[in-house]
Design a binder for this molecule. Structure first.
Ligand code: BES
Ligand code: MN
Ligand code: ZN
Length: 506
């Protein structure tokens, strides 16, 4: 059983608090000196003139991500002191703290209780630290035999804001958002033999049934192949037909009373991408269970938005299919008719994401939302261009700008890419059908894919997030981002919805 962690916000001095580990931040001044960060002053005072020599004797530099854990002797009532580097004193941001908290969470040894004496002087920082701590502790152990790792049971956040209602609420909100990130990570990490469309959809329906409380709920509908045929969802059916596991389309509806605006979310839910008949090589198939990371993110975000009670209507579409080369598989050369009636000439069955998204986007448009955001592990080109930490963002100016602002608050990295006219022209350059699924030339594949999706959003304001790199961390943990599935975009989507709920600011 995983240990449940409780988070408590209170005023108080870290030099008078008795826990297993006391955590302070350390910053570097412009002169290059090390200094304790705000919140940790009493700890530094208790050490007096021994504080700086302690750090330098351990070659501590105060770099972001650096930690030092030492016994306190009788200097403090707590047994151990943990110093975490926060970098330059004038460069400490909310994001610095979120990442530091993630690193701290994994550096506590077998401590059961910890007090954080970090710069927690405003609710946003409280929220970032709790989010970072919870996400940094994440690990996926469902398939590991033997003992589960135990984690810290009690986290005390020492903060002058402890009596501020916003800060108290921030602790709760952070836990809701971090739980959503963990849920998206769990789904994405689950092996594809256990998580296929039917199971994924059923788990979402279960979540729908488990919602507690008296308020409005997220409604969950699962559309099966028969209904998808009635709706002429040729993309979802075409991609799904090569697999023994049938496709699904999950629709979530959150319509709270007094909603300010209506947001539509769409997420790519390929539970496994073998490439289909245009089969991938063995090595590029290896992590393709992650190809439903977009669906996992939009679903988890939708439940979080509801749990936070954000007054914005959300309709979420998660098309789910397994891309396999079975005897009934879609062929290069096939023509599919999508939900909105457009026909698509298939040229490469490995460009399956855009096909299932086309149906889902067309359905989202019919709800008449104010904006659509789709999230998809869509193109290898995006990973080449932006690496594993930065998502590609495409779409119209206002919607991409709003998403960029949301991502600045969530700390998730993204970068705008263009949709050039050249790609738009290439998408309709087919004699066979209305639209060409994949270009014959490889270059600019990320932009081409976006130009393809754009055909299905009509005039609705729209942004597209290509998370092919950022959905998966193939390296070691950094800050609050653990190895494997990252849950990328959950936090940004919740921030974006919160901004819509708050209404225009001017
Ligand atoms: N799921 C992949 C995208 C992907 C590739 C993510 C590599 C992470 C790493 C997607 O379905 C795909 O296969 N895209 C192809 C499209 C191409 C065949 C037009 C790609 O980008 O190579
Ligand atoms: Mn593919
Ligand atoms: Zn794919």
């Amino acid at each position: 059983m995983r240990c449940v962690t409780t988070y408590t916000l209170r005023k108080g001095s870290p030099a008078k608090t008795r826990t297993d580990v006391v955590v302070v931040g350390v910053v570097r001044t412009t002169k290059g000196d090390l200094e304790v960060a705000t919140g940790g002053e009493d700890v530094a005072a208790a050490y007096g003139r021994r504080f700086k020599p302690l750090l330098s004797s351990m070659a501590f530099r105060g770099d972001p991500g650096e930690v030092l854990r030492v016994p306190t002797g009788d200097t403090l009532p707590s047994g151990q002191l943990l110093a975490v580097g926060l970098g330059a004193a004038d460069g400490v941001t909310t994001e610095t703290l979120r990442r530091a908290a993630g690193t701290v969470a994994r550096s506590l040894g077998n401590a059961a209780s910890v007090a954080l004496a970090l710069p927690l002087d405003e609710p946003l920082r409280v929220r970032a630290v709790v989010e970072g701590f919870v996400s940094g502790l994440y690990s996926f152990t469902s398939y590991k035999s033997g003992a589960e790792p135990t984690s810290v049971a009690e986290v005390t956040l020492l903060s002058p804001t402890a009596r501020d209602a916003d800060a108290v609420a921030a602790v709760e909100q952070a836990q809701v958002v971090a739980a959503a990130v963990a849920r998206a990570r769990d789904w994405t990490n689950t092996p594809p033999n256990d998580l296929y469309p039917e199971v994924f959809a059923e788990q979402v329906a279960d979540l729908g049934r488990q919602q507690k409380g008296k308020g409005p709920k997220v409604a969950v509908e699962v559309l099966e192949p028969e209904q998808l045929r009635e709706l002429s969802c040729g993309g979802i059916l075409g991609v799904g037909q090569g697999s023994a596991r049938e496709p699904r389309l999950v629709r979530l509806t959150w319509s709270p009373p007094g909603a300010r605006g209506h947001l539509a979310l769409v997420g790519k839910g390929i539970t496994y991408d073998s490439g289909g008949l245009s089969i991938k090589s063995g090595s590029s198939m290896a992590t393709m269970k992650f190809d439903m990371g977009g669906a996992a993110a939009v679903i988890a975000a939708t439940f979080a938005i509801a749990e936070l009670g954000l007054p914005v209507a959300v309709t979420t579409y998660a098309p789910m299919a397994e891309n396999m080369p079975g005897g009934r598989a879609m062929r290069p050369g096939d023509v599919l008719t999508m939900h909105d009636g457009q026909t698509v000439e298939v040229t490469n069955t490995d460009a399956e994401g855009r096909l299932i998204l086309a149906d889902a986007l067309a359905m989202a448009v019919e709800d008449g939302p104010d904006a659509i955001v789709d999230v998809a592990t869509l193109t290898g080109g995006c990973v080449v261009a932006l690496g594993e930490k930065v998502a590609g963002l495409m779409g119209d100016d206002p919607t991409t700008a709003a998403l960029t602002e949301a991502a600045e608050r969530s700390g998730e990295l993204l970068w705008r890419l263009p949709i050039p006219e050249e790609s738009r022209r290439a998408v309709v350059d087919t004699k066979v059908a209305d639209v060409l699924q994949a270009n014959w030339v490889r270059w600019g594949g990320t932009l081409y894919a976006a130009a393809f999706l754009e055909r299905f959003v009509g005039d609705v304001p729209w942004a597209h997030l290509d998370i092919a790199g950022s959905a998966w961390n193939s390296g070691g943990a950094w800050g609050h981002v653990t190895p494997g599935a990252t849950g990328y975009s959950v936090t940004t989507l919740v921030e974006y919805a919160a901004a819509l709920a708050a209404g225009p600011t001017d």
